[in-house]
Design a protein around this ligand. Structure first.
Ligand code: ADP
Length: 285
């Protein structure tokens, strides 16, 4: 198990008039080598939870263990070697003169020599689909929105994390930028074997991408399972302030007119298949 959370609670500013309990008694495990989505309504605690995975926040109660390592104030450096964290709008943290220098910054701090660091930064650029030859020596501020986001992600990937925690990595991008980021997440997981934890409120995106979905509601664990399981109970999702993926909503609506239509699918591809199967069955009758 890559991440193990045991009876974790978190309170912001405890013992002050601003005290806010954000997470309550969470217990779950996130499996290795898969993509796990954390979903929930705004304010349900997604970002707070994600920040526990690299020790940016430490539990008020309970514990978080990453690759067998208990996350506490003494081993943050080691934890962060396992876990790369991509915050919301990570491109706001780009700062260096060139894209390559910006990406190499983290490994230079770790003592990698500058020539090797530049080589690894170029590799990380290729990994996220940016050409180091043409873009490496440009200012990061000259890149497009989607390219900036990918450069910022390369700055985390260059550290070779085994676990990547991403908070809304596609937020605010145009449809093409979103698709590129989601494809990148898939590639990192399927081809590089990186365990991905992704915070998202898009049922559509997570239906296509996630192996598991964890739903938070007001800081509590509301549901946890495969997309098929989690999306099978629309009233449970609605309670958490979430909607079903549109493809599944379409199947449910159609099933009122097409009795016997299988409504189990939750992706566009799956729904298309279900409708084709249904129409073939109709044709035989
Ligand atoms: P989400 O990511 O699901 O939108 P958050 O983890 O940001 O939710 O927030 C969970 C709860 O904690 C919310 O009620 C939010 O207002 C509160 N919260 C978040 N950050 C802070 C903070 N720095 N201080 C006090 N309360 C906070």
């Amino acid at each position: 198990m890559s991440i193990k959370v045991d009876k974790l609670s978190y309170t912001y500013q405890p013992d002050t008039p601003f005290e806010k309990e954000a997470l309550y008694d969470l217990t779950f495990e996130i499996p290795d080598g898969q993509i796990t989505a954390i979903m929930g309504h705004t304010g349900s605690g997604k970002s707070t939870l994600a920040q526990h995975f690299n020790g940016l926040l430490l539990p008020t109660d309970g514990s978080c263990t990453v690759n067998g390592l208990l996350v506490n104030s003494k081993n943050l450096k080691e934890v962060r070697q396992h876990v790369g964290m991509i915050f919301q709008y990570p491109e706001y943290q780009l700062f260096d003169e060139t894209v390559l220098k910006d990406i190499a910054y983290g490994i230079l701090l770790r003592g990698v020599d500058p020539v090797e660091a530049e080589k690894r930064a170029a590799d990380a650029m290729r990994l996220v689909g940016l050409d180091p030859e043409t873009l490496g020596n440009r200012s990061p501020f000259d890149l497009s929105g989607g390219q900036k986001r990918r450069a910022a992600i390369a700055g985390v990937l260059v550290m070779e994390p085994e676990i990547l925690v991403m908070d809304e990595p596609a937020a605010g991008l145009d449809p093409e930028g979103r698709r590129e980021i989601l494809n990148l997440v898939r590639t990192l997981n399927k081809e590089r074997g990186i365990t991905v934890v992704i915070v998202s409120h898009s049922a559509e995106d997570m239906a296509e991408l996630a192996d598991n979905i964890l739903v938070l509601r007001q800081g509590r664990l509301h549901a946890y399972g495969t997309p098929r399981e989690v999306f099978s109970d629309s009233s449970n999702l609605e309670e958490a302030g979430l909607e079903l993926p549109l493809a599944k909503q379409l199947l449910i609506n159609l099933s009122q007119f097409l009795p016997g239509l299988d409504t189990g699918a939750y992706t566009v591809e799956g729904a298309t298949e279900a409708i084709i199967q249904y129409s073939r069955g109709e044709a035989h009758e």
